[in-house]
Design a protein around this ligand. Structure first.
Ligand SMILES: Nc1ncnc2c1ncn2[C@@H]1O[C@H](COP(=O)(O)OP(=O)(O)O)[C@@H](O)[C@H]1O
Ligand SMILES: [Mg+2]
Ligand SMILES: [Zn+2]
Length: 333
């Protein structure tokens, strides 16, 4: 799992805020109980002093500390029993004032055995989905809301199957891809005319793979290339972002989704940046999804034969065809 520093910092900030909030509500709870049952406050004070006396007796030298410790321990147990009884008599659970960690696995540290604990992972996923939502419609676009009615079930002369049958295949492939995402996944090339659901399916995959605990970056090809350019020429990123960090996010995330390849202005810089992205990610075993209006031959002539051969060898190619859904929606069909 490759974590993105920017997202992790936000996740940690939320994590600490929630921890703080729980501690505050614990303080409020304790103050309320103290004012209703003042004896409990007295008990807590005494427990604190017996605790420190216990510790100092244990540390005393020269005398046998065991009898003293035993007396103190018995006194301690009596106090705890009285406290629990008082609480239950006032209809509180006996452990009402015990400050228990929210996550028993890591004691609310967020880390366990040197890796990120499940509890902090949930915060990371949430922050990542928020980040993805800036560019993708994560609210309404999901595998559950994908509608096949936009794809005709009539086979046109130049295709072997209908747009609908083709989309059913693409949909199943994308859904399986998302559900089974892992180190052994392949890469995907979604190609076809505009308005056929390529970005929609990318959003569906991005959500499910995020929820599986992976780092996912989505961006348009032209924006990714401009980040690469800013990083190379040490320019500032837009809105104060750090282009070098953005480039690293693109190269290192578990799943990179490059949308609308082919709509950017072609330069030799763009050609070599695309090669760097495709090649680096193949070498490091990171997965990539590219969507484009170009067909594979056009990719070869626009970028390079090397890129095309990497894609043909290592990407699963999903063709999209049918009628532009944006147009169908506009025309109210
Ligand atoms: N299967 C679908 N069900 C409902 N709406 C869809 C579906 N596929 C695409 N759309 C809608 O059609 C429009 C174009 O889809 P989009 O994914 O952006 O196409 P592409 O990326 O292939 O150009 C968007 O408004 C999208 O919400
Ligand atoms: Mg699109
Ligand atoms: Zn935890």
């Amino acid at each position: 799992m490759a974590y993105d520093g920017k997202i992790m910092r936000r996740a940690l900030a939320r994590y600490e805020e929630d921890k703080q909030r729980r501690q505050e509500s614990y303080q409020v709870r304790r103050r309320t109980v103290y004012s209703r049952i003042p004896r409990i406050e007295a008990i807590d004070k005494e427990l604190k002093t017996t605790m420190s006396r216990l510790i100092s007796s244990a540390l005393q030298r020269g005398t046998d500390p065991v009898p003293a410790i035993r007396v103190l321990r018995d006194r301690n147990l009596d106090l705890q029993r009285e406290r629990a009884e008082l609480l239950t008599r006032h209809d509180y659970p006996a452990d009402y004032l015990e400050e228990k960690p929210n996550c028993a696995l890591c004691g609310d540290t967020g880390y366990r055995q040197g890796s990120v604990c499940r509890c902090l992972q949930e915060y990371y996923t949430r922050e990542q989905i928020k980040e993805l939502s800036n560019l993708l419609d994560m609210g309404t676009q999901s595998f559950d809301t994908f509608d096949f009615k936009w794809y005709s079930d009539r086979v046109s002369p130049e295709q072997e199957i209908s747009p609908r049958a083709n989309m059913e295949r693409n949909f199943d492939l994308c859904q399986d891809y998302a559900n089974e995402f892992g180190p052994r996944s392949s890469n995907l090339l979604l190609c076809g005319d505009p308005g056929l659901g390529k970005t929609f399916l990318s959003a569906c995959i991005a959500r499910v793979v995020s929820e599986g605990g992976y780092s996912v970056v989505y961006d348009t090809a032209s924006h990714i290339f401009s980040q690469f350019e800013s990083a190379k020429f040490h320019r500032d990123g837009d809105y104060g972002s750090d282009p070098e960090a953005d480039v690293n996010r693109c190269l290192q995330c578990d799943l990179l989704i490059v949308d609308d390849l082919g709509t950017e202005m072609i330069t030799s810089f763009v050609q070599s940046a695309l090669y760097q992205i495709v090649n680096t990610r193949l070498l490091t075993g990171k997965k990539t999804i590219i969507s484009t209006n170009l067909n594979p031959d056009q990719i070869g002539s626009r970028y390079s034969g090397q890129i095309l051969s990497r894609i043909e060898g290592e990407y699963e190619i999903l063709p999209f065809f049918g009628t532009d859904i944006r147009r169908l929606k506009r025309e109210g069909i």
